[in-house]
Write a protein of this length. Structure first.
Ligand code: UDP
Ligand code: MG
Length: 308
């Protein structure tokens, strides 16, 4: 019996390219050696993507078509796909041709060698200059804050073995961050070097704000170091303030200086108020995370599921 593979594609308003993309996948994956299922997660598209998805057919592959009730976001769409997986491995790939399906065969070969997770490592990225810089800074920060290393130059494009897919799906947290959790699993990782293309149709469906929120999510979900930092900054400010006060007192005593330097004090006060508000907001971020986790609301809701 052939081993089974699942190609998982999150879809949000990709009506222009989704059929062409599925055809491309079909033409490059080794359908002779494996039974493939393409899982399409329609994440609340409003451009008719679902109508196109519904009509997709293939003689060489199966389809699992899942429609979410509304737009739940990239991460939730991916986890909807993972939680519905029944195959031996899952390849997660974006629908916009940025991740080139020609590398799927290489990912599978690495999996056959025993790697439970195989990551597509971007050795070159065509375009997206600003995003490249942003991602560099993000990964530096993320890994400073996290106790295990989240591989850089790696995105969602990857192959994950069924055993890890199960563990990921079984994690009780609601707000799941794939890049972090995939690394958290600590399983045997293999790499395939890839060149990332430009998006073929339409614009990115992830605004900069979403990307920024995702990065903050990543850092806060995997580290409480920011909380400790607040304490550190607090202590540092106290020490500086004590020395400053002693200096002022001595200055007044010996040099007849004026201790009532209103402006300086006011500036100090404003600085500390700002820091306090900033610290409060970090606390707030963690509390909001706890708030959403305790509710245990599902990360996505499925409206329809079609097996073709
Ligand atoms: N996507 C999704 N839900 C969203 C936003 C995006 O399922 O809310 C899908 C999108 O259709 C694409 C993938 O996630 O297949 C990555 O999105 P995009 O290419 O827009 O992100 P970028 O590459 O710009 O980070
Ligand atoms: Mg993209």
């Amino acid at each position: 019996m052939k081993k089974k593979g699942n190609i998982l594609i999150p879809v949000f308003n990709e009506s222009k390219g989704i059929e062409e993309f599925c055809n491309l996948i079909e033409s490059v994956v080794p359908t002779d050696s494996y039974d493939f299922t393409i899982t399409l997660i329609d994440d609340g598209s409003v451009d008719g993507s679902w109508e196109i998805i519904k009509n997709l057919k293939s003689n060489l592959m199966n389809f699992r078509k899942i429609k979410l009730t509304r737009n739940f976001g990239h991460q939730s769409a991916i986890f909807a796909g993972l939680e519905n997986n029944e195959e031996d491995f899952v390849v997660i790939i974006d629908a916009d041709f940025q991740d080139d399906p020609k590398y799927i065969a290489d990912l599978i070969n690495k999996w056959e060698l025993g790697h439970k997770v195989v990551l597509a490592r971007k050795v070159r990225r065509n375009g997206e200059f600003l995003k490249k810089i942003y991602t560099k800074i993000y990964f530096k920060l993320q890994n400073k804050f996290t106790q295990f290393t989240i591989p850089k130059d790696v995105g969602h494009y990857s192959l994950i073995d069924l055993s890890i897919v199960k563990s990921l799906s079984d994690l009780p947290e609601v707000n799941k961050f794939l890049l972090g959790l995939r690394a958290f699993m600590g399983s045997e990782v293999g790499y395939v070097d890839v060149i990332k293309n430009k998006r073929r149709y339409g614009n990115s469906k992830m605004s900069f704000k979403q990307l920024f929120n995702l990065s903050i999510d990543g850092i806060l979900s995997f580290s409480t170091l920011p909380l400790n930092l607040i304490g550190g900054v607090g202590v540092a400010i106290s020490i500086v303030t004590i020395f400053y006060t002693i200096f002022q007192l001595l200055n007044t005593f010996f040099n007849g200086g004026d201790f009532n330097q209103l402006n300086v004090n006011l500036l100090g006060l404003l600085f500390i108020s700002g820091l306090q508000l900033f610290s409060l907001s970090i606390l707030g971020q963690y509390i909001s995370k706890i708030f959403y986790e305790t509710k245990k609301r599902p990360a996505f809701i499925i409206e329809k599921k079609i097996i073709d």
